[in-house]
Design a protein around this ligand. Structure first.
Ligand code: NAI
Ligand code: COI
Length: 362
């Protein structure tokens, strides 16, 4: 029986449209001739639309996007040199608003060092871990303000919001994930020695939930120490659970050690299925390389592998991942050395996907 999946595509700003176009190309290739059809609706949101109309994400946009089965987003955020776009007006008004409104409380960011990838670490080892970053709380909720603004006595504050409900549901998701993975290890990353109130809530929640998962070995690291271990011995990690801000920072570092931010994929998941989940590369809109076909679309393509898996299409997801792995391995060889454009990389992965089966061995 054929299945139609309604996909909302939000290419966004900068390199977003360039990488989304390649991700859709691969999605088309992997579903070609199969029973699943992606019905894609594009939403032209971002800096361009804001500059032209003053709108970022209207109630009507949100309602229309909510009616889809999943969302693929490129990147948002205009050129920071444009004064009208400063203060993350698009990032907060579009990306964070979507994450909050669609209750994307799990921000899933897998990190793997693929064979042949040029990691800046001389010997990274078998790196394969997932960061489960809380996605709807922390200091990202916009709970703050400033007093005496613009004076030498200005006071600025941003409150990090951590609720028992919010922490417990993401911690449970992380334990479930750790239980399914072969290594069965979970590391809570926080700063409990200084951020004592929120840190204590996270630690107590992990301790309580751990009792229900005796097969999962639990560890704790302060966030500053975690950055050392991510560089010195990243293979020690399996599942990391952490808050919104620490997860944001750690996953850029994770992207860097695993071959570059152009390879780092993510999913903003609503595990309850009440709202569509949203898949996006970890990187931003990269105004420095936008419009030049210099962006690596691999992160966006790997984000569609996460999307396919989330939608119950594991075979297609594995085929996309295998095609990416083959392409990455080829990058180290003479045949594909030299600069390839964004669309050349997308073309190569789309072509590989068509000839790879989910059972192809690596
Ligand atoms: N999820 C999102 O939509 C995010 C949006 N942003 C926004 O993006 C804009 C630029 O932010 P930055 O902090 O500079 O982060 P960025 O991730 O856009 O760029 C950081 C560096 O990585 C490079 N880079 C990023 N993606 C790449 C790719 N696919 N291939 C090759 N190189 C790549 C860029 O050229 C730049 O040198 C800002 O407006 C920011 O707020 C930033 C992070 C996430
Ligand atoms: C641009 C921010 C709103 C978000 C961010 O940096 C991220 O989630 O990676």
């Amino acid at each position: 029986m054929s299945r139609t999946i309604r996909l909302a595509s939000i290419p966004g700003d900068g390199i977003g449209p360039e990488v989304v176009s390649e991700a859709l190309k691969v999605l088309q290739a992997v579903t070609e001739g199969g029973d699943t059809v992606f019905d894609v609706t594009e939403f032209s949101l971002g800096a361009g639309r804001f500059t032209a109309t003053g709108d970022i994400l209207t109630d009507a946009d949100l309602e229309a996007i909510s009616g889809h089965d999943a969302i693929l987003l490129g990147a948002v955020g205009g050129d920071p040199r444009d004064p009208a776009l400063r203060g993350g007006i698009i990032e907060r008004g579009l990306l964070l608003k979507l994450r909050f409104a669609l209750d994307h409380y799990v921000n899933l960011r897998p990190t793997k060092v693929y064979p042949g990838v040029p990691s800046p670490l001389s010997d990274p080892g078998a790196v394969d871990f997932v960061v489960v970053r809380e996605g709807t709380e922390g200091p990202y909720v916009g709970n703050g303000g400033s007093l005496r603004t613009g004076t030498p006595h200005e006071i600025a504050n941003e409150v990090s919001v951590n609720t028992a409900y919010g922490v417990e549901r993401v911690v449970r998701y992380a334990f479930d994930l750790a239980r399914k993975r072969p290594a069965h290890r979970l590391t809570l990353v926080h700063k409990t020695n200084v951020l004592v109130f929120s840190g204590s809530l996270w630690q107590r929640t992990v301790d309580a939930v751990a009792a229900e998962y005796p097969e999962v070995a639990v560890d704790y690291q302060h966030v500053d120490a975690a950055t050392i271990h991510l560089v010195a011995d990243p293979a020690r990690f399996d599942v990391i659970v952490t808050d919104n801000l620490f997860g944001d920072i750690l996953t850029d570092l994770a992207g860097a050690i695993s071959g570059g931010i152009g390879l780092a994929a993510s999913g903003n998941i609503n595990p309850d299925g009440a709202f569509p989940s949203m898949f996006e590369p970890v990187h931003g809109s990269a105004p420095d390389i936008a419009g030049q076909q210099k962006a690596d679309p691999t992160a966006a393509i790997l984000s569609t592998a996460l999307l396919l898996d989330h939608l119950g299409l594991p075979e297609e997801s594995i085929r996309v991942t295998r095609a990416v792995e083959a392409d990455i391995e080829g990058r180290a060889s003479a045949s594909t050395s030299g600069h390839r454009s964004t669309s050349e990389i997308g073309d190569a992965i789309a072509a590989a996907v068509s000839s790879i089966t989910a059972s192809s061995s690596r």
